[in-house]
Ligand binder design. Structure first.
Ligand code: SF4
Length: 385
């Protein structure tokens, strides 16, 4: 049976963080949530009828927003709807993003009972001053409490998100954050550099000169320092921003990087299935109304059929994010032609320049970026897109 990933976007947060441009709203009451959940269940049921019979769902990912804002009963309701409409594999990876400001032992235990088996906790930093700068609603103590509660609730697969390149964050506090994260022995860690996304309060502060962006060189050093500490503690990097203990790579995110099929449900969710890339509207009202009236296409903001070259370029762009890079035989099998047959001698010569410079590697079996190459990944990937 064909495999399928499912992404559920929960568009609610307790409060907007000043650096974040993910689609979510902090203004929601019980009624709005109820309306959204009913709409979400309708969408699941509609697409379940179309794709649910001959596919096995092996990953589910609750993202957002703040999915852990949901009450246990609300998560149970979504999981029941998924199970009613799709074959969920017994060993499916079912992840949920969790904000420490919203988690309690009781809630986490109920999520676990509902089938969630992987928690991705938004720790961001183990320094309270840095957390304040980020405008986060939790402190370090709350993160530690959440990890302990998750373990007690039976979660054996925990990931922590960490951020670096934050104004005022020193190398020492960053290294301390990495060490403290490792001390909690999560199975997986994601590390992100702070980006100033257009329109966010942080972006406005940078534009007005009241907040300074970390120098690129500094940012890179922080990234490399963290990877070195993590490698020493047994975490291997498998993607630009992700490290894991052996066998604990995020199976859902690997689907994005391997160009596998996934369906996204909820306002602003994206899908890639049967060669169609689709995104839902990020207007909650429009989304809910479309689901309520049964006009499912009314919730679609963008939809396009990928061409052969779209697929090749996306496969390269996302595949090179992975440490193992692109397996040339798998590429040939997927596209029917070899990599360099498609891209030709000019692209190959360009890529070879990066190989000579130590930024990339090419063997008989694969092409990949080195750690230095990951630092300038966008430039190298541009060859293929
Ligand atoms: S909790 Fe997460 S999704 Fe919500 S505003 Fe903050 S960073 Fe964005």
């Amino acid at each position: 049976m064909q495999k399928l990933g499912i992404y559920i976007h929960i568009p609610f947060c307790l409060r907007k963080c000043p650096y974040c441009d993910f689609y979510s709203t902090a203004s929601h009451d019980k009624e709005t949530r109820e309306r959204f959940l009913s709409a979400l269940c309708k969408e699941i049921s509609f697409y379940g009828g179309r794709y649910g019979k001959d596919r096995e769902v092996d990953t589910v990912f609750f993202g957002g927003g703040t999915p852990s804002i949901l009450e246990a009963g609300e998560v149970c309701r979504i999981m029941s709807e998924l199970r009613r409409n799709f074959h969920i594999a017994e060993d499916a990876e079912i992840s949920m993003e969790c904000n420490p400001a919203t988690a309690s032992y009781e809630k986490l235990a109920a999520y676990r009972t509902a089938g969630v088996n992987r928690l991705s906790i938004g720790a961001q930093s183990f320094d309270d001053d840095v957390l304040k700068t980020l405008g986060r609603l939790h402190d370090v103590k709350a993160t530690r409490k959440t990890v302990a509660a998750a373990r007690r609730a039976g979660f054996e697969n925990i990931s922590l998100d960490l951020m670096f390149g934050i104004p005022g964050q020193s190398h020492e506090t960053w290294q301390e954050t990495v060490k403290q994260a490792i001390d909690l022995r999560p199975q997986h860690i994601s590390l992100y550099s702070l980006e100033f996304m257009e329109g966010t309060p942080f972006w406005k502060m940078r534009e007005s000169g009241t907040m300074a962006e970390t120098e690129a060189e500094e940012d890179r050093r922080m990234y490399e320092e963290a990877l070195a500490i993590m490698a020493g503690a047994g975490y291997h990097q498998y993607e630009i921003s992700n490290v894991a203990q052996p066998g604990r790579e995020c199976r859902h995110n690997l689907k994005y990087w391997n160009l596998d099929d996934y369906l996204g449900f909820g306002a602003s969710a994206h899908s890639f299935i049967e060669n169609i890339r689709r995104s839902n509207t990020d207007k909650l009202e429009v989304y809910c109304e479309a689901m309520e009236t049964g006009d499912f296409s009314g919730a679609v903001d963008f939809s396009t059929e990928n061409t052969f070259m779209d697929n090749v370029a996306e496969y390269m762009f996302t595949g090179l994010r992975k440490n193992e890079g692109i397996d040339l035989e798998a590429f040939l099998k997927k596209f029917g032609r070899s990599l360099w047959e498609i891209y030709g001698p000019e692209c190959r010569a360009e890529f070879e320049e990066y190989v000579k410079g130590g930024f990339a590697e090419e063997t008989e079996r694969r092409v990949r970026l080195t750690l230095e190459g990951m630092n300038i990944s966008n430039r190298i990937m541009a060859i293929f897109v």
